[in-house]
Design a protein around this ligand. Structure first.
Ligand SMILES: *[C@@H]1O[C@H](CO)[C@@H](O)[C@H](O)[C@H]1NC(C)=O
Ligand SMILES: *[C@@H]1O[C@H](CO)[C@@H](O)[C@H](O)[C@H]1NC(C)=O
Ligand SMILES: *[C@@H]1O[C@H](CO)[C@@H](O)[C@H](O)[C@H]1NC(C)=O
Ligand SMILES: *[C@@H]1O[C@H](CO)[C@@H](O)[C@H](O)[C@H]1NC(C)=O
Ligand SMILES: *[C@@H]1O[C@H](CO)[C@@H](O)[C@H](O)[C@H]1NC(C)=O
Ligand SMILES: *[C@@H]1O[C@H](CO)[C@@H](O)[C@H](O)[C@H]1NC(C)=O
Ligand SMILES: *[C@@H]1O[C@H](CO)[C@@H](O)[C@H](O)[C@H]1NC(C)=O
Length: 443
């Protein structure tokens, strides 16, 4: 089936194999495609599978001998040790083996990269919602720098990607600058800079990650109601974002020095008392910065007893202009001023006083007036009993002024006894009084 041609071919193959037998050797070079970090050591092994005599080895790059390493040869093996790899070692290194005058060679493609450290992030003093911050992330000693990609993340979300490194034949640093405006939704999530060196053609992908350190910025509180009824319970939790996690404590202000009121972020007031009212401060701090927020805790109880006053001392008289003032030293209470079983129109002066003005008071205006202070917890009242005095129509003056009479008459009627004058005066007055029927008020 094979035929003459076929036999000839087989024979030829056989002859060839006999001729090349002692020279038909292979050169194995390992590793074939080493990927090495700058600074590392690399050992290449060049091995000849079959040679009856010692093999002569030559290591070279392109056409030149390679001098960057130390080689050790045995009969059929040569080992080349390259110490402290640099970017200059990004080469195709050839091992040439000569056995009995015949040479074979093999090549190792060395790839070098450098990515020794995690990215370095600038510290951020304080990260405040809606305020733009310039963030900086640097990767040092990178090679090849054009293969580096920097990603900015908040939690798992990518905020920004930077991969515009220019090619360079040396180890370089690369920085990414990013203007970041945090939103309140992002609070509590780490900001990280993720650097990736990706050399796909040799299957190299290395990632290094760093979290930004930042001081507390925006402080938020668990609830916005900071008032508590006397004897009841109030709890306010203070939240602040930061890395490292800030230490959060509550302090009571208005005491010298301020008093610590919590072991953590919770301010707890049990059985509220008056003395617990006032300004508190939530203080959040970490190694990078600190932030404070002030909160006024209001303790609600029945209002203080209000004060009611009349503009006059003593009872007012009919026709007089009177003012009733209702006031309180308790700013949280609402004040009203009214006449008992009536509603009176009072005018608010300010948050702690109302007044009622009666420009011409009448007897019928007399009675009980009530000043009432009311808040969410209770009501307190003060009253005043106003009696309006009837105003006397002044007696019509006599023709002869009484007071002047003795002075005018005395010298003229020296002989007339004082008794007679007195008697005359009394009679005169009585007559005068009778003519004006009505009250006599000496005022
Ligand atoms: C081969 O090399 C070894 C040393 O590696 C040496 O001891 C030996 O004598 C050599 N053999 C010949 C035939 O040159
Ligand atoms: C490695 O090489 C670099 C640059 O050539 C040099 O700065 C460094 O000192 C060397 N390191 C060692 C351990 O020899
Ligand atoms: C944020 O980063 C710090 C280290 O910088 C780490 O200890 C912490 O667990 C991280 N927090 C989250 C929520 O990943
Ligand atoms: C609450 O405080 C008041 C006044 O200090 C005290 O008399 C009362 O016993 C306290 N109540 C409780 C439940 O602790
Ligand atoms: C409110 O008005 C009263 C009366 O004029 C005055 O005594 C008081 O100081 C005022 N209070 C405030 C808070 O202005
Ligand atoms: C009554 O007195 C008040 C001040 O006490 C004054 O403001 C007001 O104008 C007076 N009214 C009249 C009618 O005189
Ligand atoms: C208010 O005073 C008048 C006169 O002093 C008195 O007659 C009246 O009983 C008093 N009213 C009240 C409720 O005390």
């Amino acid at each position: 089936m094979c035929g003459v041609k076929c036999i000839t071919f087989a024979l030829w193959i056989n002859i060839l194999s006999v001729i090349t037998d002692k020279n038909d050797f292979k050169v194995e070079l390992t590793p074939r495609m080493p990927v090495n970090h700058v600074g590392a050591d690399l050992e290449l092994t060049c091995r000849v599978n079959a040679c009856p005599v010692n093999v002569t080895f030559q290591w070279r790059v392109l056409l030149d001998n390679f001098h960057g390493g130390i080689s050790k040869n045995e009969q059929t093996v040569s080992r080349l040790l390259i110490r402290n790899i640099t970017v200059k070692h990004n080469i195709a290194l050839v091992c040439k083996a000569t056995c009995e005058g015949n040479s074979r060679e093999n090549t190792s493609y060395i790839k070098v990269f450098s990515f020794p450290q995690d990215p370095v992030l600038g510290k951020i003093k304080s990260l405040i919602a809606n305020q733009t911050q310039t963030l900086n992330c640097t990767v040092h000693n990178v090679y090849p720098v054009e293969r580096i990609k920097i990603e900015w993340l908040r939690g798992d979300e990518t905020l920004h990607v930077d991969d515009t490194g220019f090619p360079s034949d040396s180890v370089q640093s690369y920085s990414s600058v990013f203007n970041y405006t945090p939103s309140v939704w992002d609070l509590g999530k780490n900001i990280s800079c993720k650097a990736t060196l990706n050399i796909t053609e040799i299957g190299l992908e290395k990632t290094r990650n760093s979290n930004a350190e930042y001081g507390p910025g925006t402080i938020t509180l668990s609830n916005n109601n900071h008032s508590v009824k006397l004897g009841e319970h109030l709890e306010i939790t203070c939240h602040a974002d930061g890395n490292p996690k800030p230490t959060i404590l509550w302090w009571k202000e208005e005491t010298e020095p301020a008093q610590n009121k919590s072991q953590n972020e919770k301010l707890i007031i049990n059985n509220a008392s008056w003395s617990q009212a006032g300004w508190y401060r939530c203080d959040a701090r970490n190694a990078v910065g600190s932030q404070q927020m002030r909160v006024k805790v209001i303790v609600l109880g029945p209002p203080n007893i209000p004060k009611i006053q009349l503009s006059h001392t003593g009872d007012p008289k009919e026709g007089e202009n009177i003012t009733i003032l209702c006031s309180s030293d308790d700013g949280s209470a609402g004040l009203t001023l009214y006449r008992q079983s009536q509603s009176a129109v009072s005018r608010a002066l300010n948050e702690s006083a109302v007044l009622l003005n009666i420009p011409s008071v009448q007897i019928t205006d007399g009675g009980i007036y009530i000043c009432e202070a009311k808040n969410g917890v209770g009501t307190e009242r003060s009253t005043i009993n106003i009696t309006v005095e009837a105003q006397v129509k002044l007696v019509k003056k006599p023709d002869l002024p009484v007071a002047i009479l003795p002075v005018a008459i005395l010298p003229a009627v020296g002989s007339v006894s004082l008794l007679t004058i007195a008697g005359l005066l009394i009679r005169y007055c009585r007559n005068k009084a009778r003519t004006n029927s009505g009250d006599i008020t000496l005022s």
